[in-house]
Design a binder for this molecule. Structure first.
Ligand code: URA
Length: 246
């Protein structure tokens, strides 16, 4: 890994901004290999030096990989003039680092949203060519049946004539005219799950994403909360996308 300025390294981890790094260094909060460092413009190799911030080793990663429990009512975009976006739920350092949501969830969809500053991985995860599967939990207004499961498996044709890839519809419960289902798709057409279910006469009432490839929503995250991907989650994601010739 290339040598980098200490303030830039610290800002890239989200621990502080570059400006704050200088103030922290003046307070004696930053050390390199056990020696206090007051000059944050100094360049170090993060792989061969031990950088500490308030006594704790800094876990530096070249890229940021996060999972968020996207809440309802928030846009999965980096910015918007009028409405709140998922980037507004993260520390501001992530915005300057170039973190973006991987693909989109509708404003009215909640659940798993991956965010990264790794453009290559983001591209692979959203490219239809790589067919990364996404699982959604939906409650639909209508009683879905085996014939709907078969239609999903055959590939739904949307009302505008768009053809979808074969998908999985799992009916968990049907009660009071409503269906509780899981839908697995390997592409990300505009409003796809809503349109697929609507085409079967069962418009979506609620929709949440449970997983993307091997990464499953952390049940401990409440709407609006986020955390870094764990090493195993990231490796599983990378190996899935590598097998699709990234
Ligand atoms: N399909 C939809 O219809 N909406 C989403 O947000 C995701 C998938």
């Amino acid at each position: 890994m290339a040598v980098q300025r200490i303030d830039k390294l610290l800002a890239s981890t989200g621990l502080c901004s570059r400006k704050e790094a200088a103030a922290c260094a003046r307070k004696g909060a930053i050390a390199v290999d056990g020696t206090l460092c007051r000059d944050v413009s100094k360049k170090i190799d993060p792989e061969s030096c031990c950088l500490t911030f308030y006594g704790k080793p800094v876990c530096y990663q070249e890229h940021i990989y996060l999972m968020m429990h996207k809440p309802l009512g928030v846009l999965s975009a980096t910015e918007d003039r009028d409405q709140k976006t998922v980037l507004d739920l993260l520390p501001k350092q992530y915005r300057s680092r170039g973190v973006f949501p991987v693909g989109r969830l509708d404003k009215d969809t909640s659940g798993l949203l991956l965010l990264t500053d790794d453009g290559a991985l983001g591209h692979v995860l959203t490219s239809p060519k790589h067919q990364v599967s996404k699982v959604y939990h939906a409650v639909a207004d209508g009683e879905l049946k085996q014939e709907d499961v078969d239609a999903f498996a055959a590939g739904i044709e949307l009302r505008d004539g768009t053809k979808c890839r074969p998908a999985k519809l799992e009916i968990r419960a049907v009660q009071d005219g409503k269906s509780d289902v899981l839908v697995t798709v390997t592409e990300g057409k505009y409003h796809q799950v809503r349109r697929m279910l609507a085409s079967r006469g069962a418009p979506v009432l609620t929709l949440e994403r449970l997983s993307e490839g091997p990464v499953v929503m952390d049940a401990a995250l409440k709407p609006g909360e986020w955390r870094a991907l764990k090493r195993q989650e990231l490796e599983a994601l990378q190996s899935e996308t590598e097998s699709g010739n990234r």
